[in-house]
Design a protein around this ligand. Structure first.
Ligand SMILES: C[S@@+](CC[C@H](N)C(=O)[O-])C[C@H]1O[C@@H](n2cnc3c(N)ncnc32)[C@H](O)[C@@H]1O
Length: 287
């Protein structure tokens, strides 16, 4: 390696790739080496190291253990948008939310999980959809658990402050109801009733899931795409077990349930699934 602008050595690349797989299940291919190197440069500078090779040596050493969370944070792709893949929100508004709102209004619990929530647009979009349908849910037992492996992006999500460009996907009516201008150039803050429905937690999907309650809806979108096929396959039975028998599961547009778990889920729309034992006769959409 020859300085910060030089090329990461194959040995350093392999060390970083092995660690990213072990820590987060991320698959880093050689074709992404330039991108990986540029993502790590900030960490190289922050630690006062000479180059990415020195960083690889440090982060794989015992002394570098605490740095691994920052490495994972630097390597994850955090792109997200409000109401991304809006067909999922349409489907839930039409087929799932009416029954869930009814249950919550009668005093029951509603639990939704945004797994790999990144900067928060996904859980906040879910909360906005629910409160737009029934403002009184703000006083009911409704909770959206929003988890991610990346502690830095969770801090951003929790701050709930977004730029004009980031809120572009929100309708004017929802902006009016759920956002407030902060006074800081073009920034918006998500209003408290929406924020109160969402709980952010750090969670590695390949580690333990401490949640005991079943979820009515699970979003795990644009996350498993970064994992290898075996790690993806290991997740579906776990999601199935975490999902209420009458629940709904949403994946990202380029993701699919692995063949080995197809017996556990029924497809009810583009990248929308229900567990196989879902109550017969419940409205389902055709593919
Ligand atoms: C591209 S974002 C997806 C955000 C959102 N779900 C959406 O579709 O807009 C992927 C997120 O998955 C998270 N992630 C990656 N590996 C993870 C893991 N092993 N456990 C939990 N989250 C992970 C990343 O930190 C990142 O925030």
């Amino acid at each position: 390696m020859d300085g910060q602008s030089g090329t990461m050595s194959p040995k350093a690349f392999q060390a970083i790739a092995a660690l990213a797989k072990e820590e987060a299940g991320l698959v880093l291919t050689q074709g992404k080496a330039t991108m990986i190197q540029s993502r790590l440069r900030k960490r190289v500078r922050a630690l006062g190291l000479t180059d990415v090779d020195a960083y690889a040596k440090f982060v794989t050493s015992r002394e570098g253990e605490a740095e691994r969370r920052n490495m994972v944070s630097a390597l994850t792709t955090n792109v997200s948008h409000f109401f991304r893949e809006s067909h999922h929100f349409d489907l839930l508004r039409n087929l799932a939310f009416p029954a869930l709102i009814d249950r919550a209004t009668r005093g029951g619990k509603v639990r939704i999980w945004s797994a790999g929530c990144s900067s928060g647009q996904e859980p906040y979009s879910i909360a906005m959809s629910l409160l737009a349908m029934s403002p009184e849910l703000a006083q009911r037992d409704v909770l959206i658990l929003a988890t991610d492996i990346d502690p830095n992006i969770l801090s951003f999500a929790q701050a709930a402050t977004f730029s004009e460009q980031q809120v572009a996907g929100i309708t004017d009516a929802m902006k009016k109801s759920f956002l407030t201008r902060t006074g800081e150039d073009g920034k918006y803050q998500v209003n408290a009733p929406i924020r109160r429905l969402v709980r952010f937690r750090e969670l590695n999907l390949h580690g333990d899931w401490p949640m005991r309650a079943k979820f009515d809806v699970i979003f795990c979108r644009n996350v498993v795409i970064y994992f290898d096929p075996q790690d993806q396959a290991a997740l579906w039975p776990r999601f199935h077990a975490a999902l209420d028998s009458n629940g709904w599961m949403m994946l990202g547009h380029s993701e699919r349930i692995s063949d080995s778990a197809l017996n556990l889920f029924t497809s009810v729309g583009p990248t929308a699934y229900r567990p196989v034992q879902a109550v017969p006769g419940t409205a389902q959409v055709k593919r």
